[in-house]
Design a binder for this molecule. Structure first.
Ligand SMILES: Nc1ncnc2c1ncn2[C@@H]1O[C@H](COP(=O)(O)OP(=O)(O)OP(=O)(O)O)[C@@H](O)[C@H]1O
Ligand SMILES: [Mg+2]
Length: 261
């Protein structure tokens, strides 16, 4: 397995996970540097979400080691991995319909600070401080959501809701963001917009992205390097253009997705 040029922020070695005797992920090694944009692709059921869950601590690994900035986090719970810089969004959007766009970020900000003010927010007290609002509005500006700051989140389109999810993740200042199918349910134009906005935010903030995505154009435009999972095993890795054109990828996708270039 080739290592990244920079010292990796995320490194997983020999990660394996099975469910009821079925190996979802077999002995996978990956390394991603902070600031890199890396794709993780593969057919349905390949083990992409399971691998994410192992990296994030959503499920315990059966075997293997997960490291963040050289520290073994294999036994750490999700929130302690998040505190070390591993961010994520959810495959299904989880927003509070009546809360405004800015309030969603304020809640993420309070959670990040862990200053005990969250319960006051829930009771409608605890006015946000100027610097909290400033941080939120900076992120909203980055994601093109500034004009919607005071709108209830139920007014957002699906694409804008995805960006708000990204915004919530960015409030925790991740060094690496794991995105699981951010384009699902979006049409072509919305997907292109999402990719562009994410790219601008990524360049501005410098966080890395590990992107699981079925939209090949998105993967091709957004990532420089790509990993391919098939039946729980890494079958290819390299520059995105080369990987998408490789025989191994064509074979893995044959019959499941006719759109690989
Ligand atoms: N909680 C679970 N219990 C039992 N089996 C599971 C569980 N989660 C995943 N699996 C199985 O593990 C394998 C990998 O699933 P996973 O969801 O990781 O694939 P994926 O690559 O994310 O697929 P998709 O592209 O459809 O999202 C599949 O065979 C799936 O049925
Ligand atoms: Mg999945």
């Amino acid at each position: 397995m080739s290592a990244t040029a920079d010292e990796p922020f995320l490194q997983a070695k020999g990660v394996a996970k099975s469910f009821a005797g079925i190996m979802a992920v077999h002995h996978v090694d990956i390394a991603v540097a902070a600031g890199e944009r890396v794709g993780l692709i593969g057919p349905n059921g390949a083990g992409k979400t399971t691998l994410f869950n192992c990296l994030l601590g959503v499920v315990p690994v059966d075997r293997g080691v997960v490291q963040l900035a050289g520290e073994d986090v294999t036994r750490l719970p999700i929130h302690l991995r998040a505190r070390r810089g591993l961010g994520r969004t959810f495959q299904r959007i989880e927003l509070f319909a009546e809360a405004t766009v800015r309030e969603h970020l304020l809640i993420a900000e309070r959670t990040r600070r862990g200053d005990g003010a969250l319960w006051k927010d829930l009771l409608g007290r605890g006015r946000p401080k100027a610097d909290e609002i400033e941080r939120c509005d900076h992120i909203l500006g980055l994601l093109g959501l500034a004009e919607l700051a005071d709108a209830p989140s139920e007014h957002l389109s699906l694409g804008q809701g995805r960006l708000l999810e990204v915004g919530r993740a960015l409030m925790t200042e991740p060094r690496l963001l794991l995105l699981d199918e951010p384009s699902s349910g979006l049409d072509h134009d919305e997907t292109v917009d999402l990719g562009r906005t994410l790219r601008d935010a990524q360049i501005d903030r410098g966080f890395g992205v590990l992107l699981v995505e079925h939209d090949v154009e998105f993967v091709s435009d957004f990532t420089d390097r790509c990993l391919v999972l098939d039946a729980g095993r890494l079958i290819a890795e390299g520059p995105t253009g080369e990987v998408l054109a490789s025989d191994a990828v064509r074979e893995a996708y044959l019959g499941t997705m006719g759109t690989v270039a």
